[in-house]
Design a binder for this molecule. Structure first.
Ligand SMILES: [Zn+2]
Ligand SMILES: [Zn+2]
Length: 324
């Protein structure tokens, strides 16, 4: 038997395997990210390309950027098709001067510098009136879309259009707010903290949960306990807490699931018209190990099959001894 569950934000249904669920240990997927620092692009001198640096964190422009802002942003149409050149910016955040692969192994202080760097770069990019959205994200491990370099880094992409997932989330949050006059995410935090079965860890300012309608096994979200729509403004004075909870969840993945590939994406509000999202949107971070592949059914329907209930993965992650 399985259960159909509806994501309250984007109204997406997922199928969660319950009775015949795979055991948490069945997802452990060992892979090595260790590489030789001699071959590492980021252990070399990148000073000529550095656009920002602070305490061992360096930001460089991507050497193979997907986006650039050499000419102004313009949209054109060809009949019903709309095109624009790939305007925007694509930066690499080199998280440490050491040749360390996994952010889980960086100190809390170093993770805090990375977080502050994201916020500062977002503040820079949002000055550009053509930019609609800024995404800070990480691909760790080959299965998560990273090249096999073995040096902790993440990326910041500033784009001139609103990504569909962001549109879906903000629309869902607005709809809930219009009806209830409360923030959907604040309500979610309150409910999850009350029932606790999907809470993995928490501290003063943040909670990590496995979402009710998880798409992927071990999908987790880090949610701020206080309401704020924007990451860069919302984390002011909370950087220590966020670094601590990020290290906590990444260590749980590393130790409990044998160093899996993972992604995280900071889901902040759109850059334009920030006041429009102030009350109903609530920034958060999606963190997910890459343990399964998306297949035809998911691609064809946008419907996901999660092979293990999030209550079971929360339980498993809570039990991981990160001080071992
Ligand atoms: Zn390196
Ligand atoms: Zn909220």
């Amino acid at each position: 038997m399985s259960q159909l569950r509806k994501d309250p934000i984007v109204s997406r249904w997922v199928i969660v395997a319950t009775e015949r669920a795979r055991r948490p240990a069945a997802f452990v997927d060992p892979q090595s990210t260790a590489t030789d620092p001699k071959d590492c692009l980021y252990c070399r001198d990148v000073s000529a390309k550095v656009v920002y640096k602070s305490h061992g964190v360096k930001v460089i422009n991507s050497s193979s950027p997907i986006l650039n802002s050499h000419s102004p942003f313009e949209r054109r149409t060809h009949g019903l098709y709309e095109v624009a050149h790939s305007y925007g910016s694509h930066e690499i955040v080199i998280e440490t001067t050491e040749h360390t692969a996994n952010m889980a192994d960086l100190s809390k202080e170093q993770i805090k510098t990375v977080i502050k760097t994201y916020a500062l770069r977002m503040q820079v990019h949002r000055q550009d009136p053509s930019i609609e959205y800024i995404l800070a994200y990480k691909n760790y491990g080959v299965a998560a879309g990273s090249r096999d370099i073995g040096h902790a880094r993440s990326q910041i992409m500033a784009v001139p259009v609103l990504p569909m997932r962001v549109k879906d989330k903000t629309k869902g949050a607005q709809k809930y707010f219009d009806y209830h006059e409360r923030c959907l995410f604040c309500d979610m935090v309150a409910q999850e903290l009350k029932i606790k079965e999907r809470v993995v860890c928490q501290n003063e300012h943040f909670v990590t949960i496995t979402p009710f309608a998880s798409r992927f096994p071990f999908e987790t979200w880090i949610l701020p306990k206080e309401h704020h729509c924007d990451f860069a403004d919302g984390i002011r004075g909370r950087e220590d807490s966020l670094a601590a909870i990020m290290k906590d969840i990444l260590l749980r993945f590393k130790i409990g699931l044998n160093d899996p590939a993972y992604n995280y994406m900071i889901q902040t509000s759109p850059v334009k018209k920030p006041l429009a999202f102030k009350d109903d949107y609530h920034w958060h971070i999606e963190v997910m190990p890459r343990l399964t592949r998306v297949a035809g059914f998911e691609r064809g329907t946008g419907f996901y099959i999660c092979p293990i209930p999030p209550e079971m993965t929360a339980d498993f992650l809570r039990e991981v001894d990160i001080n071992a």
